[in-house]
Design a protein around this ligand. Structure first.
Ligand code: F6R
Length: 639
């Protein structure tokens, strides 16, 4: 049964979808849906049966429901709830359990009756699970079935914990979690190895029986899977695509999560557009990639047969458009990231003057500089620029405990070998070892352990930056206080961080600032670090003249890259520079082999960095530009 879609603009979308400006606005609207339903049922003296989800996505919805209860008197006495899932095995009082999650975010703050709450039981014996699951289904039916089901979507495309491979008619059952799902959960558990491998989940069939389903997704990280779920073919590989078969479902997303849907990502395919420079560049690059042809070989027919006849008619002949875009791409490529002395800079990304620039590379964590732009760092230093590097946070959460023991052991042995007193260190060592023996997953380290972990990363950063070619006195550790406050949840402002950053900028008076421009995770360290730099620069604009000649360049972290149409400076690396960059990354030994926080990518950082820059180089080459070993990409940010 496929949905009749009368709107041209959404013709690729197979699930009704609403886009909100941001997660807050969307969450308030969804909470309102809940409360309307609850009140309607209350008026008839009926119970309402809600299917609830956990995870990051529903948090603001629950927050708004709590507010409605506290401030507007919304009662939950007629609510019966069934949660989608629970890890298995899992004790309800464990911090990571979905029982604890639901209490913390909702149940402890409203008047729902305890006997109305149902969450799959993670404490059962394996042999009892099957019967329990049947009983869970029966209970839902006994209450008359789910009136409303709230869902999030995992990056595997799971709904509930129905991972790829789940059947459309599956019921409540025990399942094995997908590796990506476990990696996504690893932060909550203090490492993937602590994440349970199994869960009990309602099935796709259970979810389908709900009379109304709302599925939500926020931020850019979900954009790919939202597109697959909404525009892709129905397939067990992306279980959320099964929702295309339901007539009672709505997808609710924010702008970022919607960004890869055709109507936003390639609007020319679904409506007439205003062909400004940016959209023309994006569309022509897309056409070349789509047809696997170099830009200069694209023909009138290629444009007409692929939804770009409007551009061909308005701005053709197409060969002129091709040349124009080809030249733009060509001009972004430069081996002179600090500008080329003595050469005209009319068509170059950076200014020729001053010949020797002062550059600051801001690195949110102690290794982002070399991982993300190590080749450009090396080039800037080789070309004689005064390169400073500023490490914004200590990164001290991402060091293994046994590395701490190893460094303290080294210090004790070194002092002993030099005939120096070691009692203090030995005491510390004993305390640290005892702490580690009883340390729980995710427990915050003792202060002195945090210090040692920070120092380990500091020495590695010095080694990396020195290897890249910068002078010791140009290596700065800002230790921005927000990073530690994050952990203790006592953060109220970034004022101190901004002032520290302003101080460094005033001292260096840079011509170029390089900053990590990762906006995908709005609460992540990189985004906060960027906002601090931006605020510092903006404040300095009124008093410091040098700011008018200081350009801000963004680079991206290890996991994704700017799209080709966005890139304004593309710095090619020679094979030798790729190796030098690799060795600079190797200095970050604590992050090698198996980092504490690998993120959602199982590859080592240096491999990610190399594959990413190689992919960028190949992408340029496929468009018909020269073939390079690797390319690092930058976008200029006007502040
Ligand atoms: C949670 C659940 C999962 C999550 C999904 C998205 O009960 O069943 O399907 O909804 O993994 O998780 P977040 O919202 O954390 O991105």
């Amino acid at each position: 049964m496929s949905r009749l879609n009368l709107l041209e603009e959404t013709r690729f979308e197979k699930i009704p979808l609403s886009v909100f400006e941001n997660q807050q606005a969307a969450s308030i609207t969804i909470a309102r849906k809940f409360s309307d339903l609850i009140l309607r049922k209350q008026a008839n003296g009926e119970l309402v049966v809600l299917g609830l989800a956990t995870g990051a996505s529903p948090i603001l919805i629950y927050q708004e429901l709590v507010r409605l209860h506290k401030e507007e008197g919304l009662s939950f006495k007629n609510v019966v709830s069934f949660n989608l899932d629970e890890y298995f095995p899992m004790k309800p009082n464990s911090e990571q359990s979905y029982v604890a999650f639901m209490k913390h975010h909702l149940f402890d703050h409203i008047d729902i009756l305890p006997e109305h709450i149902h969450i799959p039981d993670g404490t059962l014996k394996v042999e009892d699970v099957a019967a329990y699951c049947l009983e869970y289904e029966r209970k839902i039916n006994d209450f008359g079935g789910l009136d409303f089901q709230l869902l999030g979507i995992g990056r595997t495309g799971h709904i509930g914990f129905n991972e790829p491979g789940s059947a459309p008619n599956s019921g409540t059952r025990i399942v094995t979690l997908n590796d990506l799902t476990r990696r996504d959960a690893s932060k909550d558990f203090g490492g993937k190895e602590n994440v349970p491998t199994k869960a009990i989940t309602m099935g796709v069939g259970t979810i389908f029986k709900a009379r109304e389903i709302v599925i939500v997704a926020w931020n850019e990280k979900k954009a790919g899977i939202v597109k697959a779920a909404v525009e892709g073919e129905i397939s067990s590989e992306v279980p959320a695509t099964y929702l295309q078969l339901s007539n009672n479902v709505e997808f609710i997303v924010d702008k970022e999560a919607a960004s890869l849907l055709t109507r936003f990502d390639k609007p020319w395919l679904v409506r007439d557009v205003v062909w400004d420079a940016q959209i023309t560049k994006k569309a022509v690059i897309w056409l070349a990639k789509h047809l696997n042809k170099p830009i200069l070989k694209l023909t009138e027919d290629d444009y007409n047969n692929n939804g770009m006849s409007q551009l061909a008619t308005e701005n053709g002949p197409v060969y002129n458009i091709n040349i124009h875009i080809f030249n733009q791409l060509q001009h972004a490529i430069t081996g002179w990231p600090g500008g080329k002395p003595g050469a005209s800079d009319a068509q170059r990304p950076e200014r020729a003057l001053p010949e020797k620039k002062r550059s600051i590379i801001f690195s949110p964590h102690p290794d982002d500089d070399v991982i993300s732009m190590g080749g450009t760092f090396i080039r800037l230093a080789d070309q004689g620029h005064d390169v400073h590097v500023a490490y914004q946070t200590s990164g001290n959460t991402a060091v293994w405990d046994d590395d701490v023991l190893r460094y303290v052991e080294f210090s004790i042995d070194f002092l002993s070998a030099s005939g120096q007193p070691v009692d203090y260190l030995k005491d510390q060592y004993k305390r640290i070892r005892e702490f580690f023996q009883t340390k729980k997953p995710n427990q915050v380290d003792l202060k002195e352990i945090q210090t040692i972990k920070g120092l380990i990363r500091k020495e590695e950063a010095v080694a990396g930056a020195r290897f890249a070619g910068t002078k010791d006195e140009n290596i700065h550790f800002l230790n921005l206080p927000f990073y530690d406050k994050f952990k203790t949840k006592g953060l109220d402002s970034y004022e101190e961080d901004i002032l520290i950053t302003m101080d460094l900028l005033k001292k260096v008076k840079p011509h170029q600032v390089f900053a990590a421009g990762d906006f995908a995770d709005p609460h992540g360290t990189h985004k906060v670090c960027f906002d601090i730099i931006l605020e510092a620069l903006n404040r300095l604009k009124s008093t410091e003249n040098w700011t008018s000649d200081c350009w801000l360049w963004l680079y991206r972290g290890a996991w994704h890259e700017f799209e080709l149409h966005e890139i304004q400076m593309a710095v090619p690396l020679s094979p030798n520079e790729v190796i030098r960059k690799r060795h600079a990354i190797f200095k970050h030994q604590s992050q090698k082999d198996l980092p504490v926080f690998p993120g959602d990518d199982a590859r080592e950082f240096w491999v990610r960095a190399e594959e990413r820059t190689k992919e960028t180089a190949n992408a340029y080459n496929q468009l018909g530009l020269a073939e390079y070993e690797a390319i690092e990409a930058f976008v200029r940010y006007i502040y």
